[in-house]
Unconditional design. Structure first.
Lengths: 342, 307
């Protein structure tokens, strides 16, 4: 084998696979994160609401009626302790018996509202209020609509971003610091081969970042890919390409590891928050939405969720491919003009 | 025959610092030329400009008859370069690194034979992180040799090596030159420059201040012997020493008087007479061959090591 490009790719892969850190960050870390989050947000009944009843007249009766509702965990505590529990978030609601009966709670806490509704219903019902409309609950726990189903594509996207930026950016800057880049250019390595070798070796890594996590998610949490494998492959490749471009661009000028470390974090941390890895991007104000949609990680995760959770066809993912393609192409163009070769 | 390298009026200026300041130099095809000078003299900058890794501020540089900027890739494939302080991938094996460098060249030598030539056969399957400093230098030399270059450019190839490793490295370099190839190297070891180089260019503050074969350079001192004299008591003026028969030059280094001469049997007895005549007492007298260091000191007034 004589091709310098093949040699460069091989060197890159050998260097990576002989590094225990690579194995940890590529395989172990995402798997551990998925397992931890999967367990933390597993399905099943939510915890009962923590409620404190203050011992004023009539509290025994009241506590008893709350105690029979298993969505409520009621305790009787003196006023000071009750206030402390409320302030520190250990109680969602404080109930003060009397006429009128008083509910004390923080209106900005969702669980306080839940607790208030549950407690009030229990008290009113115990006092004889009829429920004129009959209701039945249907609990949705089937695969495809749980938090873990939402989470796995987010983790995949995060993984692909991290792999591209750290895997390529860090490696290029290291070679520059070691003066190895200079030496190989003198040798004479072609610039195009050098950049291509980083992209190609990324493409070898990508299946290793995606497949084990999906298999694990399937085995442990019954998460399945609804869309086609080809569709998934195309989305993943587009994402990897886009982040490979960004990785080379961020490394284009940096001459110290501190610099590249800062640049990558500057880029990735906002996207961890904004791009919907752990929670829906819908939580951000409408004014921010166009910006969020233009981020490469948002585009990648949206496309992954569409394929994995909804079984969407590639044709419906035009906007996401456009965003990923633009980031990739513009990054490579920027790399060409900015790259510091010596 | 065309020169392998010709440099005319080379200048390299960084923001405030002038690293190379009007350097002229010709390297003949087939010779081994050494750039000798202290750290910061501009050797590395000159090397990197020659290797096409750095653009000069001014001046004319031709390497193997070509200018940089015409067909760089073709020119590079005729050079072998090793740079100071370049560190290889830690988790690649020696043979993998040399094969990688071999792949960059359109033609070149067998990887195994080059590894054998630099004496790394036993380490061929070791990660580069497990090599000693000297072994790393040899690996760098192997990478420079593997393209079978017409011009081998080595920046400080033997710095930090133990004497035996330095000898081995020197033999490898001489072996390449004996194939009719040209070698340009930098060093601040004058014995090494003397042993390896057909000609030596002494560089100081970005300029060539002396150029010639080691013997020619030493001959500029007027004699190839140096008598070092130390006095236990009393003193002798330089002028008095200078008037002694056979003395070509006199200089001092701390308490030592260094006398350049050509004939020991004439000058040494005369010096002893002079010391006695001044009522001074001798504590030490050494006779040795003049070195390139003496040449450097006589031109600049400074030592290579503390320049």
């Amino acid at each position: 084998m004589r091709s310098p490009l093949a040699h460069l790719v091989l060197a890159r892969l050998r260097e990576s696979f002989r590094q225990p850190e690579t194995i940890f960050w590529t395989f172990l870390f995402p798997a551990l994160l998925a397992v931890a989050l999967g367990i933390a947000f597993r399905g099943g009944r939510p915890d009962p609401s923590s409620v404190v009843v203050v011992p004023e007249s009539g509290y025994v009766q009241l506590a008893r009626s709350l105690g029979s509702d298993n969505a409520i965990r009621a305790e009787v505590l003196d006023r000071r302790t009750a206030e402390l529990r409320l302030r520190t978030g250990r109680a969602a609601l404080v109930v003060i018996p009397g006429n009128p009966l008083v509910y004390r709670f923080d209106p900005t806490r969702t669980e306080s509202h839940l607790a208030r509704a549950a407690v009030d219903a229990a008290i009113q019902r115990a006092a004889g209020r009829p429920d004129p409309v009959p209701v039945a609950d249907e609990r949705v726990t089937e695969p495809g609509s749980r938090y873990i189903d939402f989470l796995i594509p987010g983790l995949l996207g995060m993984n692909l971003m991290g792999g591209g930026l750290w895997g390529i950016g860090w490696s290029i800057v290291e070679m520059r610091i070691r003066k190895l880049l200079k030496l190989q250019l003198a040798a004479p390595m072609r610039r195009r081969d050098f950049l291509l070798s980083h992209i190609l070796s990324r493409m070898v890594f990508v299946p290793l970042e995606v497949v084990p996590l999906l298999v694990l998610a399937g085995l442990l949490f019954d998460v399945s890919v609804k869309g086609s494998a080809v569709g998934l492959l195309v989305v993943v490749t587009a994402g990897a390409f886009s982040f490979a471009g960004l990785g080379t661009l961020l490394a284009a000028r940096a001459r110290t590891t501190q610099m590249i470390y800062g640049l990558i974090n500057l880029f990735t941390l906002p996207m961890f928050v904004l791009s919907g890895v752990f929670f829906s991007t819908g939580r951000f104000p409408d004014a921010l939405q166009p910006l969020i949609k233009a981020l490469p990680l948002t585009a990648l995760i949206d496309a992954l969720r569409a394929v994995i959770n909804d079984g969407a066809s590639l044709l419906s993912l035009g906007p996401q491919f456009l965003v990923l393609g633009l980031w990739g192409v513009l990054s490579f163009a920027g790399t060409r003009t900015l790259f510091r070769w010596s | 025959m065309n020169p392998a390298v010709s440099i005319v009026g080379l200048v390299k200026r960084y923001d405030r610092v002038v690293a190379v300041d009007g350097l002229d130099l010709t390297v003949r095809t087939g010779e081994c030329l050494g750039l000798l000078g202290p750290n910061g003299a501009g050797k590395t900058t000159t090397i990197e400009i020659l290797a096409g890794l750095l653009a000069p501020t001014a001046g004319e540089v031709r390497v193997l008859g070509r200018r940089w900027g015409e067909d760089d890739q073709a020119l590079r494939s005729r050079l072998g370069v090793s740079l100071q302080e370049s560190r290889f991938h830690e988790r690649l094996k020696v043979a993998e690194v040399v094969s990688l460098f071999r792949s960059f060249y359109p033609r070149g030598r067998d990887v195994r034979s080059v590894i054998a030539e630099v004496g790394l056969e036993e380490k061929a399957a070791s990660w580069t992180s497990r090599l000693s400093g000297g072994q790393r230098q040899r690996l760098a030399l192997a990478c420079a040799l593997v393209g079978d270059p017409e011009l081998l450019i080595l920046d400080e190839p033997t710095t930090g090596l133990d004497p035996q490793a330095r000898l081995h490295m020197g033999d490898t370099i001489l072996g390449h030159r004996s194939l009719g190839r040209t070698v340009l190297l930098t060093t601040h070891y004058m014995e090494e420059a003397h042993r390896l180089c057909d000609r030596v260019a002494i560089i100081d503050r970005g300029k060539v201040i002396a150029l010639g074969t080691p013997a020619e350079l030493i001959a500029t001192l007027g004699g190839d012997l140096v008598v070092e004299v130390e006095l236990a008591s009393g003193s002798v003026e330089d002028d008095a020493v200078r008037s002694v028969e056979g003395v070509r030059a006199v200089r001092r280094s701390n308490a030592t008087i260094l006398v350049t001469a050509s004939e020991a049997h004439v000058t040494v007895p005369a010096l002893l007479d002079l010391v006695r005549g001044h009522d001074a007492a001798l504590s030490h007298l050494t006779l040795r061959h003049a070195t390139l260091e003496d040449v450097y000191v006589s031109i600049t007034g400074r030592h290579l090591r503390d320049a």
